[in-house]
Design a protein around this ligand. Structure first.
Ligand SMILES: [Fe+2]
Length: 281
């Protein structure tokens, strides 16, 4: 955690801060998603909100659906929109709206994206290890975790010993009860993933996207969650045949904080500028 100039004279917790954004759905400049949603402006507001935090995050992870159609001009637009974050390390992972090769070509300095069959990686962020899983199935909105991807995870977790781990992935490995989205959820590998995670109690969180909502579930002895998008959200309707609808409920991001020697604390924060803060007296 770097100390922001404004708080340089105030005591700071010793901790690691990981910001999470998801489901940006960036389009080419001037284009709106669904003809209505200015996803670029959503990201601008989210980055401004993160930049106003009194404590600067050690890194930002973006859990997929970086763009709307996986096209290079969309990734180029995304790269420009991320520039205000300066030298903050940014870790990208693909969602079902992304395309692996255009993503890699557009972020040549993001060496962790690799050139293998999947975009899976393990990087240190302060005192924790961020492990990204690739749930993408090309040309499908649905997700999958095959044995190749899960075997890599098991080996990677085993190499971490007791170091705190956050697993990031696009499709959540759990039922959300939003029927339309569960239909497009993770088709294979959830049970196997849960068994692996249950063998590694140092997994502090499994953080996901895809759902455009804030959802938390107990999973393999840890907490698995999804967060809202900085753009549009999925309508909250728990009927099994709920039609897939989007809304403009307030956008948000997550701040995952790991105090040295403590347990991970996750804060959900709204994107945007609001009145306050005000003193109580
Ligand atoms: Fe999405």
């Amino acid at each position: 955690m770097q100390t922001h100039p404004v708080t340089a004279d105030r005591p700071q917790h010793a901790m690691t801060l990981l910001a999470q954004l998801t489901d940006l759905h960036i389009r080419e400049p001037g284009q709106l998603a669904y003809g209505r949603v200015d996803t670029a402006e959503g990201l601008v507001q989210a980055i401004a909100s993160i930049s106003r935090l009194p404590q600067r995050p050690d890194a930002l992870v973006i859990t997929g659906d970086l763009t709307d159609f996986g096209r290079e001009p969309e990734y180029a637009h995304l790269a420009r929109l991320l520039e205000p974050l300066g030298d903050m390390p940014i870790h990208l992972l693909p969602g079902n709206h992304d395309e692996r090769d255009p993503l890699r070509r557009s972020f040549p300095r993001h060496g962790y994206l690799g050139n293998g069959e999947f975009i899976q990686y393990s990087v240190p962020v302060g005192s924790l290890q961020l492990i990204a899983l690739d749930t993408v199935t090309p040309r499908s909105p649905m997700g999958n975790l095959c044995s190749k991807r899960l075997d890599w995870l098991e080996a990677e977790l085993s190499s971490q010993g007791e170091r705190p781990v956050v697993i990031a992935m696009h499709h959540p490995p759990f039922q959300t009860l939003i029927g339309g989205m569960d239909h497009y959820g993770l088709q294979t590998g959830a049970r196997e993933l849960e068994a692996i995670v249950a063998r590694h109690p140092n997994v502090e969180r499994i953080i996901c996207g895809h759902m455009h909502r804030s959802i938390q579930v107990r999973f393999g002895g840890t907490i698995a969650s999804t967060i809202p998008s900085p753009a549009h959200q999925i309508n909250l309707d728990l009927s099994p045949d709920a039609p897939l609808m989007w809304t403009l409920e307030p956008p948000a991001y997550a701040l995952h904080a790991l105090p040295d020697g403590g347990r991970m604390v996750t804060h959900m924060a709204a994107c945007g500028a609001f009145d306050g803060p005000h003193p109580f007296r």
